[in-house]
Design a protein around this ligand. Structure first.
Ligand code: NVA
Length: 316
């Protein structure tokens, strides 16, 4: 069966743990199995800006023995020049995996339904699951475990990162609290799904209006830009409503003293995060950025093995 990674709950808790183990192993030692040897090509399509995702997939695909093929989203005009279904059927005849950053989750689902090869969500308006594998790997490196830890996401909790933290954190057995101003909290469907996952893993999920209550005692504190890609026209209005959710030293002081600070970047210092926090001793953001590559490689190897245990080659 062709496996896809379209949203965080496409992985069961056991599969998520397996992907994280694989990513950690790939980080520790060279990976000799080369599941993309041939080389097989992986199409990378970006309909929104990118730095970390393009470079980490590009380097990661090459390290797995494959050929990273950048498809210019603007020129391809997917859904504009030709339908998503037709593009999917063509790409599936050319490449082994499709990695796509786009706006609508429904378009990604259409691509997956018609490509016949694994499709990976490289960020949509709704979810950013590859980032979450890197984030969870980073927390695990810092704290040695995920299960039972509490995480607070503060800021635009209605954005892809808030949604993905809810689903991926609950899958890992974490207690996830997301906090944002009125109108910037996740859809009830995502909260309900995260709560359902948490009920099975021992984790939990809830929205919290007060950022101080959300951060209180948290083991991990996460934020993200207030102006996600595509929301640029709302910049001024958003900066006014989000001011109390800025991750300052004062807000961070409510978390556990050794709380890990994450930010998927790009970061806007003085807006959603203070420079002191971003550059401070609790920040793990540069390791988090590096971990994108190890995470992408593990996700690709997992999908190419059809969700089975991938051969680990030289990894010990
Ligand atoms: N929420 C942000 C994430 C950037 C990696 C955005 O969608 O722009």
């Amino acid at each position: 069966m062709t496996r896809h990674f379209l949203r965080d709950d496409d992985l069961t808790p056991a599969e998520q743990a397996r992907v994280l183990d694989l990513a950690a192993a790939m980080k520790r030692a060279p990976y000799d199995a080369k599941p993309l040897a041939g080389p097989q090509s992986v199409a990378m399509i970006f309909d929104k800006p990118t730095l970390r995702t393009q470079t980490s997939f590009g380097a990661g695909i090459a390290e797995l023995g494959g050929n990273p093929m950048l498809v210019e989203g603007r020129l391809a005009g997917i859904g504009i020049r030709e339908s998503v279904e037709d593009v999917a059927r063509v790409l599936g005849r050319q490449v082994s995996v499709v990695v796509w950053r786009t706006f609508h989750q429904s378009d990604l689902e259409l691509m997956a339904a018609h490509a016949g090869v694994p499709v990976v969500n490289a960020l949509t308006d709704d979810f950013h699951p590859c980032q979450l594998i890197a984030d969870l790997l980073t927390v695990r490196e810092q704290r040695g475990r995920l299960e039972g830890l509490s995480v607070a996401f503060v800021g635009d909790a209605a954005c892809n990162m808030g949604n993905s933290w809810l689903l991926a954190g609950a899958t890992a057995g974490m207690h996830v609290r997301v906090s944002g101003p009125e109108g910037f909290l996740p859809h009830q469907e995502v909260l309900d799904r995260a709560a359902e996952i948490g009920a099975a893993t021992g984790g939990s999920a809830r929205a919290e209006a007060d950022p101080v209550k959300a951060v209180a005692g948290a083991d991990v504190v996460v934020t993200d830009t207030w102006i996600s890609m595509g929301k640029e026209s709302e910049e001024q209005a958003r900066e006014l409503v989000f001011a109390d959710w800025s991750l300052t030293p004062e807000l961070l002081a409510h978390a556990a003293p050794d709380a890990v600070v994450l930010h998927c970047l790009p970061a806007y210092r003085g807006k959603e995060i203070s420079a002191e926090v971003l550059e401070g001793p609790q920040s793990a953001v540069w390791n988090e950025a590096e971990n994108r590559r190890h995470a992408q490689k593990a996700v690709l190897a997992f999908l190419l093995a059809g969700g089975e245990q991938p051969a680990v080659g030289g990894v010990t």
